[in-house]
Write a protein that binds this ligand. Sequence first.
Ligand code: G1P
Length: 278
Amino acid sequence: MKVKKAVIPAAGYGTRMLPITKAQPKEMVPVVHKPVIQYVVEEAYYSGIRDILIITGKGKRAIEDHFDRSDLPKKDKYVDELDRILEEVDIFFVRQKEQKGLGDAVRYAESFVDDEPFALLLGDTITFPPCTKELIHAYNRYKTSIIAVEEVPTERVSLYGIVACKEIENNVYLIEDLVEKPSVDEAPSNLAILGRYILTPEIFDCIHETKPGKSNEIQLTDALRILNTREKMYAYLFKGKRYDIGNKLDWLKANIEMALEDEEVGKEIREFIKSMGV
Ligand code: G1P
């Protein structure tokens, strides 16, 4: 079965981005020209997906408004690009009733997903080139759940879901276990889940069986751990760029790095940084 649907959870509080996120969703925080979630929707689109479900919640209405077709009097190339995508894509919304964790948020996608494999893209993460496209390619080969991972420095393992796995071919690993935000001592590797997944619909039964874990929340990683006892699961080592917009330092770094690469402002930003003599 082909991957035709994407689910984007965008329901988390964004506490690591306060006070920026006091009255706006963290997914609407700008990175150079666009809010983060626009990059995520575009990634799904450029990976061939045309049906997208965004899981929102309290205080997240700006996300829905952002994906309305614009009736602005002035033309803007980034708005036009989005409008063109919106011509081809159907975006659905559902609201998580209570913030009970990422696993609980994904549960709301059950009827949208039905019995198909689907792409899951966390709404506060940007990847270049589109990681989802590479994951779908890998899924078509292995036909089972596959999760994108990246190597992180040891001191950062406690920020992410970490996988224990063994390499079976270039960049592809068979998952043996998964741990949500382990301490440095407990971490089975330094391969971190980066926020892009292709999952089979069996994940929903696993979420229903998942008890609250880290931070007393229903963790997706714990549900994946159950799924791993029922079907083979793979990790795909993503070699591209991944920006975590969920914390301030990484968000600032993403802005600088992406601005430097940008065709419109890159040259001037480079000159500006040089002129600062840092
Ligand atoms: C979530 C997941 C974690 C994953 C991370 C990627 O954590 O629970 O497994 O590694 O996203 O960004 P969060 O960042 O929402 O705390």
